[in-house]
Design a protein around this ligand. Structure first.
Ligand SMILES: [Zn+2]
Length: 401
């Protein structure tokens, strides 16, 4: 690939436990880490019932804190207050990426003190966290964000004139203590959630694989995740649509793809899909996975065109061909075959354009301005011009062609 000497760093949770039924271990794991847990859940805490029962059996006290929708600075403050009131010495997040991000932020803030705005990037003071988070167990119940293995938490911020901005708390000290990835928790996930989170995972495998900081370890994660999720996602969506339980092998593939995507992005970086996803999600309050899904194919199109025009020797073009070969299962597939496969998948999964989330043509310029400076954009395989960024946003408005 590149002639430069190889150098990289790999960071991951202390333990990653994967397998059908492994969520039953949460009680035992928690008992080894603390006495009183703040259990962060999504909007329906009943889904965490089995986890709460396991904690009770293991003699760990639990206080639940429910997060409806994507977490904000206020969510994090309220969670820290709840953890302090109950004297929690451990945080467990049981839910989708929003829930895990909320738990991760709370665990960091309880240990470090201060307000989220002291540490938030971009909108806050950006101070470094200095203390390791409270012990934190992340149990994902969707297969998309990979947040169970990443070192950042995205929070929405609507104060100090930062209306509609999302920013990260980020530190290696925030890596979860244990990630418990149980594919059985995906049973009953609605079809739309399978589609959106699955395409987020796919983006989080493709972007690190073509990005400027790709390394041999994340490459291995990305290849494995792409190969496993390529056909499973369509089957899982179709099953959920028909009200049939997603097959165990497909649940396993989706959970693994999400985990591998998280490990890839945390150690290699992302690109323009996520560069746009942060401001789009902040302004229009659209679910992250659905936003990434709408952006994936336009970003691939424009990146490939820009690379061919300005950096035809870039290893990223070889990578895009490899993506095409893996997802289509045809070693001779062209980049165009890969693009067509992604577009067809988005159509099959009924992914709407960003217009469905309230975005208009008149929003393009503002989004381009924000996406250009987003931290994820630094990983994109080529610097895109404002015209190219505007082209991506405009194409994403209408959904897959
Ligand atoms: Zn994502």
């Amino acid at each position: 690939m590149s002639a430069a000497p190889l150098a990289f760093e790999l960071a991951a949770p202390t333990r990653i436990i994967f397998g059908a039924g492994c969520a039953r271990e949460v009680g035992r794991l928690a008992a080894g880490l603390g006495k009183c847990a703040l259990v962060v859940t999504g909007k329906s805490p009943d889904r965490a019932g089995a986890a709460l029962a396991a904690l009770a059996t293991a003699g760990v006290q639990a206080t639940t804190f429910s997060v409806a929708g994507e977490p904000s600075v206020e969510t994090a403050r309220a969670g820290v207050a709840a953890a302090r009131t109950a004297a929690c010495d451990l945080v467990i997040a049981f839910g989708g990426g929003s829930t895990i991000d909320a738990g991760k932020a709370i665990a960091a803030l309880v240990a470090n003190g201060g307000d989220p705005l002291d540490y938030l990037e971009v909108v806050g003071r950006g101070q470094q966290l200095t203390r390791r988070s409270l012990p934190f167990i992340a149990v994902p119940t969707t297969a998309g964000t990979g947040s169970e293995v990443t070192k950042n938490a995205v929070l929405g911020c609507s104060e100090h004139g930062h209306s509609g901005v999302k920013a990260s708390l980020r530190s290696p000290l925030m890596l979860p203590t244990v990630a418990v990835v149980d594919p059985d928790l995906l049973v009953g996930l609605p079809a739309e959630a399978i589609a959106a989170s699955g395409l987020d995972a796919l983006s989080q495998l493709i972007e690190p694989f073509v990005c400027v900081r790709a390394n041999p370890v994340t490459d291995g994660f990305a290849r494995e995740g792409l190969a496993r999720s390529a056909s499973a996602l369509r089957r899982a969506y179709t099953a959920a649509r028909m009200g049939v339980i997603v097959a165990p092998a497909d649940r396993e593939a989706l959970a693994l793809a999400s985990l591998l995507g998280g490990l890839s992005l945390a150690n290699a970086g992302l690109g323009a899909v996520h560069g746009f996803a942060a401001p789009v999600g902040g302004i229009f309050h659209a679910p992250h996975g659905a936003v990434c899904a709408a952006l994936l194919e336009p970003v691939m199109q424009l990146n490939v065109a820009a690379l061919r025009a300005r950096a035809p020797e870039s290893p990223a073009l070889v990578r895009y061909q490899e993506v095409a070969a893996i997802v289509t299962g045809n070693a001779a597939a062209t980049i165009e075959d890969g693009l067509a496969w992604v577009a067809a998948l988005c159509r099959a999964l009924d992914i709407p354009g960003l217009a469905r989330h309230g975005m208009r043509e008149s929003d393009v310029a503002e989004l381009v301005g924000k996406a250009r400076v987003a931290s994820s954009m630094k990983g994109n395989p080529i610097a895109l011009t404002d015209a190219e960024l505007a082209d991506i946003a405009t194409r994403a408005l209408g959904g897959p062609a």
